[in-house]
Design a protein around this ligand. Structure first.
Ligand SMILES: C[S@@+](CC[C@H](N)C(=O)[O-])C[C@H]1O[C@@H](n2cnc3c(N)ncnc32)[C@H](O)[C@@H]1O
Length: 284
């Protein structure tokens, strides 16, 4: 008898939201997102069809997804996508899930590019899903972008995203270790590189699901940024800008490092809306 009972959308939603609420503040939103994903319907459809009866196959899949969320797997990996700066990016466990914090770096780049209409050569180092490179290419159709990542698997996703978002013609994707052996110079060197100190990373849940290669910044978290800053001297065009996402705790150490490696250039730290230091900007 139990096997024959049909589950209605409205009932599944209330039950699984209750379950998920034990571990997530966004339970109600998350259950709706996976329901839309599994049924391949827009959000409004759910509202209009609360009595729609789920097939057993759909129910099994939905319940499996709830279990995976309960164990801490990030929702974007389950549904294979994440919104960033108004665009939708494909994501897999081979790329970092683009974060809202990184939108601040995008905003800074947009203002700078608007103020410098003749400077249109930009490099995104550690492109991951392509979030930075693609968002800026989408915004400035004359922007000439080089997107670099050491991970071939990440680049594969970034290339797919550039195709999906119709900016592939503006972006050159290159598998490389930072700017090693690259001869080009850029007006903007933008990077959200791994910056979490190894010790700290071991205590964080992000490292369970997201690529360690995207997160681990070495002993003090500044190892990779240090190398990029050293290389940047030879790769920045006159009047250009280096813009880096950093960790909150690096708001003193990162500018000191930049002063040592790039003396004479102006450094500024930009805080996010919660007033946490997030961005290091370096200009001539
Ligand atoms: C924090 S993720 C940022 C991804 C994306 N830019 C974003 O903001 O969502 C850092 C990226 O840097 C890449 N990476 C790590 N070490 C690198 C290196 N030595 N050279 C180039 N890319 C590197 C990782 O593979 C990862 O994709």
């Amino acid at each position: 008898m139990g096997m024959m009972t049909k589950t209605k959308i409205v009932d599944w939603l209330s039950e699984s939201t209750k379950l998920l609420a034990e571990i997530s503040e966004l339970a109600s939103l998350e259950t709706r997102v996976i329901l839309c994903h599994v049924l391949d319907k827009p959000r409004e459809w759910l509202v209009l069809h609360p009595d729609f009866e789920l097939e057993q196959r759909q129910l099994d899949l939905l319940n499996l997804m709830i279990t995976r969320l309960q164990t801490g797997e990030p929702l974007p990996y389950l549904v294979g996508k994440q919104a960033f700066f108004g665009l939708e990016f494909k994501v897999t466990p081979d790329v970092l899930i683009p974060r809202p914090e990184t939108e601040l770096l995008i905003e800074e780049c947009i203002s700078w590019l608007e103020e410098h209409p003749a400077k249109r050569k930009l490099a995104d180092i550690g492109t991951g899903s392509g979030a930075i490179a693609i968002t800026l290419a989408d915004r400035f159709e004359d922007l000439d972008v080089t997107a670099i990542d050491i991970s071939a698997k990440a680049l594969d996703i970034a290339i797919q995203n550039a195709d999906l978002l119709n900016v592939a013609h503006q972006i050159k994707f290159t598998q490389n270790d930072l700017l090693e052996n690259i001869v080009d110079r850029y007006d903007v060197i933008a990077a959200n590189l791994p910056y979490i100190p190894t010790q700290k990373l071991n205590t964080l849940t992000v490292a369970r699901y997201e690529p360690v290669l995207a997160l681990d910044g070495g002993q003090d978290g500044l190892g990779i940024i240090n190398r990029l800053l050293q290389q940047s001297r030879e790769h920045l065009k006159p009047g250009g800008m280096i813009i880096l996402e950093i960790e909150e705790g690096q708001f003193e150490s990162a500018p000191i490092l930049a002063d040592t490696l790039l003396p004479g250039m102006k450094k500024s730290i930009i805080n996010d809306l919660a007033n946490h230091p997030r961005i290091l900007k370096i200009m001539v």
